[in-house]
Design a protein around this ligand. Structure first.
Ligand code: DGT
Ligand code: CA
Ligand code: CA
Ligand code: ZN
Length: 583
């Protein structure tokens, strides 16, 4: 069982408990467990299988949760969920997958309308029956209708990149244990760092393909063999995901890796370029079109393949037939940002609001991850659910930060500086949740829109625009508000926000949370075009939440960003100059 599966189960239990009207602390415990597990990069199964390690060594995991994790990993089930599944009708599970339908709304709908399937609800909306319910109205009804379409769209049930990544790591490790295997690499959308992955593509170099195929089929996570052929086998693995494996010879490995990395659109363009040069490209290599026998002239490495068609090697994250050919032809391929360029993290939460770790724990975990500075950006008071901070509590937190910085500095050689920040809410009626006077004392201000997401494009754009223009706002958090597979972006004229951000020197965030990855690759590329600066931030709500930085880096690479486009690659002194310039 993967970490993502486990997280999903905890989340599910929380939803169902909430649906049943269970105790809020119990619900919260499961939600926290889900978020915690989501943030763990290393497969929990690996930790369980290591006799020298224990779940209790992980930050934030107590005895109770450790026990649940063991039960889940051993049996694949949670007794609690089994019981709930018996108590709650299936349709509730389906309704809960519709964006915007939480346990409370589902309960109301179930009480008022006879619903046995998602289709029943769709029909009820179309007939106008939902808008007659108390608290629902015409607008809500049409929102539900479009969100049902969202939930039904298969595009929205693909695995998140980091969920797929856990499976990729497992299968690659397993294949390396096969003696007949010389080399294993993953390809496809996973390698391109796409935010969601449809199926996993694995490439193996070997002289004994049939042994390689049998090894995959014998994997403990193989649920079903879809096809087992001479050089290609497809199985269904964890979470029902398909894994396609192909075996090739050494001299074709580069060509095959390139071919199966895709994207399809990139490959089509590459092949047509080759044709113009009198060459032919396929998964075995590059050959001369006119020559008899089609002798392969390149194929062992990707580099020589691209070179054969007169191009520099193109990083996989750029292979979408966007602008990479133009860049490669003109020797203008960006020097893509890497995780090693990152010096700081400018968006995270603590126990003062809805985080699970204290200020000190977050600071310690950041030092362990080699960060030089972090900004603590807890929620402001409008976010009542998270016990958001008012002026007084914010000033108290900043005092604690001053003290922490002093003690860090006196520990010799100050490894980390903690910036006084806030994630200030952009209010429904416009304006910010804290005064400019308060914000002017902050080192770093993230402004985010959490409420009133159903407003018109004009209203939402206006609210965001005001925040961008405020000289005390350093960065706009998760600028479009989308949650992958769960909720579409709010309506916003993003180009207008981008232009204003460029003009005022306000950063736009690439939120690294694998559910958000917001801005996405296309939007971030558009913002780079306008010379906007970015902050890639984890929005961590726990110490392990800090590890999602690599997901944000992938999204930034897909957008073609370089280190100089991203402010948290700068040393702190430079970053401070930048902030000062805005005031
Ligand atoms: P996914 O699995 O939907 O997330 O996306 P990909 O990009 O991994 O697509 P997939 O698994 O269907 O195929 C992997 C790569 O193999 C794809 O990116 C390019 C290559 N490929 C597959 N089928 C075709 C094809 O019909 N034509 C071309 N040119 N390339 C293909
Ligand atoms: Ca694929
Ligand atoms: Ca595939
Ligand atoms: Zn946040």
């Amino acid at each position: 069982m993967t970490n993502a599966e486990i997280a999903l189960i905890f989340d599910h239990v929380a939803d169902l408990l909430e649906y049943q009207g269970s105790n809020v602390f119990r619900v919260r415990a499961y939600r926290n467990a889900s978020r915690l597990v989501q943030g763990i990069v290393e497969p929990l199964a690996t930790i369980r299988d290591d006799p020298d390690r224990s779940f209790l060594d992980l930050d934030g995991i107590g005895k109770d949760l450790a026990k649940k994790l063991e039960t889940l990993l051993d049996s694949g089930q949670l007794p609690m969920l089994k019981q709930l599944e018996e108590e709650v009708p299936q349709v509730v599970f389906d309704l809960m997958r519709v964006p915007g339908l939480g346990p409370k709304k589902v309960k109301l709908l179930m009480a008022e309308i006879e619903l046995e399937s998602l289709d029943d609800l769709e029909k009820a909306c179309q007939d106008g029956r939902v808008s007659l319910l108390k608290g629902f109205g015409k607008k809500t009804e049409s929102t539900i209708l479009s969100n049902i379409a969202f939930a039904k769209n298969p595009e929205n049930s693909r695995l998140l990149w980091n969920e797929a990544d856990q499976i990729v790591q497992l299968v690659v490790k397993w294949m390396k244990e096969c003696k007949a295997v010389q080399q294993v690499e993953a390809a496809g959308s996973w390698r391109r760092g796409k935010e969601t992955v449809g199926d996993i593509d694995i490439l193996v170099e070997s002289h004994q393909p049939s042994e390689v195929m049998s090894h995959l089929v014998a994997w403990e996570h193989t649920d079903q063999v879809i096809v087992q052929g001479d050089t290609k086998t497809s199985i269904r693995g964890p979470r029902g995901i398909q894994i396609d494996m192909r075996v090739v010879a050494k001299e074709s490995f580069g060509a095959a890796w390139q071919y199966f990395t895709g994207s399809k659109e990139h490959n089509v363009r590459l092949r047509s370029r080759a044709k113009k040069l009198g060459l032919s490209i396929n998964e075995y290599g590059v050959s001369q079109l006119d020559q008899s026998g089609g002798k392969i002239v390149a194929g062992q490495s990707e580099k020589e393949l691209y070179k054969a068609v007169g191009l520099e090697w193109i990083p996989p994250e750029l292979r979408e037939n966007h602008r990479e050919f133009e860049f490669a032809e003109n020797h203008q391929l960006p020097k893509l940002i890497t995780i090693d360029d990152i010096c700081g993290d400018l968006h995270m939460h603590t126990t003062a609001t809805d985080g699970e770790a204290t200020l000190l724990e977050m600071a310690t975990a950041s030092i362990a991850r080699g960060l030089r500075y972090i900004a603590i950006t807890d929620h402001s008071k409008r976010v009542t659910m998270a016990r958001g901070l008012d002026d007084t509590r914010l000033y108290e937190q900043w005092e604690a930060i001053d003290q922490l910085n002093q003690s860090l500095a006196s520990d010799g050689g100050s490894p980390l500086v903690v910036l006084k920040g806030i994630e200030v809410d952009i209010l429904e009626k416009g304006g910010l949740d804290l005064s400019d006077e308060v914000l002017s004392h902050a080192d770093w201000v993230v402004a985010s829109l959490h409420y009133g997401q159903q407003q018109s494009q004009e209203q939402i754009t206006g609210r965001l625009l005001d925040a961008v223009c405020n000289p005390y706002v350093s960065c706009i958090g998760h600028p479009t508000g989308r949650l992958i597979n769960r909720r579409p972006a709010y309506k916003v004229d993003l180009q207008c926000i981008i232009n204003a951000a460029a003009e005022h020197g306000t950063c736009l965030e690439i939120n690294a949370n694998p559910w958000r990855l917001d801005l996405d690759d296309r939007c971030a590329a558009a913002a780079k075009e306008a010379e906007v600066k970015f902050a890639i931030s984890t929005d961590a709500h726990s110490t392990i939440g800090l590890d999602v930085m690599r997901c944000g880096i992938l999204q930034a690479r897909r957008a073609g960003l370089e280190a100089r486009d991203v402010v948290n690659t700068m040393p702190l002194s430079k970053l401070k100059e930048l902030i000062q310039k805005r005031h």
